[in-house]
Design a protein around this ligand. Sequence first.
Ligand SMILES: [Zn+2]
Length: 218
Amino acid sequence: MHNYKLIRAHRSSISVSINRDGEIIVHAPRLMPLFFIERFLEEKREWIEKAVEKMHSHPKVHKREYLEDESFLFLGKEYPLHFGNYQEISLTDRLNVPQILKFRVQKELTNWYIKKAKEKITERVKYHAEKMGTTYTSLMFSDTISKWGSCTHDNRLQFRWRLIMAPLMVIDYVIIHELAHTIEHNHSNAFWAIVRKYTPAYRQHKKWLETNADLMVI
Ligand SMILES: [Zn+2]
């Protein structure tokens, strides 16, 4: 079995999780014998190995360096950064950036992502609002709100432009979530029933955001 970090606490059951650094964390009751913990981990071995591997194949982005081939997310796909003799930023199988913009690449990329986010999210909000038979007062983009989206009591919608880095299905979930608030201004069962109706796998999409938030940086 891999090395793991054992945290004993006043609890009645044992659980195992993998943190963002790929470490195995085991929570166990204070007096649970070690052989029992090891047996539990042995039973979970397959799951643990898969989870650790997944964490390592998606290393956390700590700091950008803007080097050739550095990975950037767009609509859920990873693109290697490439500098070349271009007129403007474009997306092919790479994220192409004009060499002459290299000295302010972060600013330029941010502007490009914001522009793309506004186009795509506006289009999807309109599409889903019509499908859900609802309306909204205004649509804004921001990066300051801690949530991925928000909806005020008078139905003003706001989204983080960084969402454009997520897969379309995940973006759609966030949009549907906020549009559902124009109908139900709460998180009641009735609210979640609306969300589920328009995005049945919403739990998976929520999870994607939790897992990948660290990679959604420019
Ligand atoms: Zn909500």
